[in-house]
Design a protein around this ligand. Sequence first.
Ligand code: AR6
Length: 176
Amino acid sequence: MEAILTRVKLLQGDITKLNVDAIVNAANSSLMGGGGVDGAIHRAGGPVILDECRQIVARQGRCETGCAVITSGGNLPAKFVIHTVGPVWHRGSCNEDQLLANAYLNSLRLALENGIETIAFPNISTGVYGFPKERASHIAIESVTQFLSENDQIKQVYFVCFDEENYGLYNSFLNY
Ligand code: AR6
């Protein structure tokens, strides 16, 4: 476990500033942008990203909950954006835990397919989608560390917390 944790780093701030191979977007199924981190990524990355999202939707349809697609990073320092769709929280009655894990795991699978070695995640579903933050932090850390233990291509995963509450939760869970 300790060896795996050296490949996981906690940061606080704006994910759009990171110079990594890929940042992950907490998108919605339309892939047409929105508020929160999705809005910030499209604003900072410019219209190229939305254009590529449109082409993906035209080719393969909406991005269902738990699934992920990849575009370039446009004007971002990151080379790629992996857009995934977390679940809307419905008091745990709609398989939300598994769907959230799928969002992390399918993003990592897509990263592998694209030769990505460094990747940054926001706290998927914990904003507008209302997923309880502590529960989400456990799912995020467990699914990512499990994946890293089975694959060695990905050298560094950053959990990027924007708000104080998420940062505190990740900090205590990762035991820094
Ligand atoms: N960098 C890192 N994290 C951020 C940033 C940022 N620049 N801005 C916000 N966050 P949310 P969701 C954090 O609402 O809950 C959109 O409209 C924020 O503090 O962005 O998955 C989409 O289009 C929170 O912890 O995503 C969807 O419709 C986390 O990002 C919907 O929101 C996720 O909050 C998706 O909702």
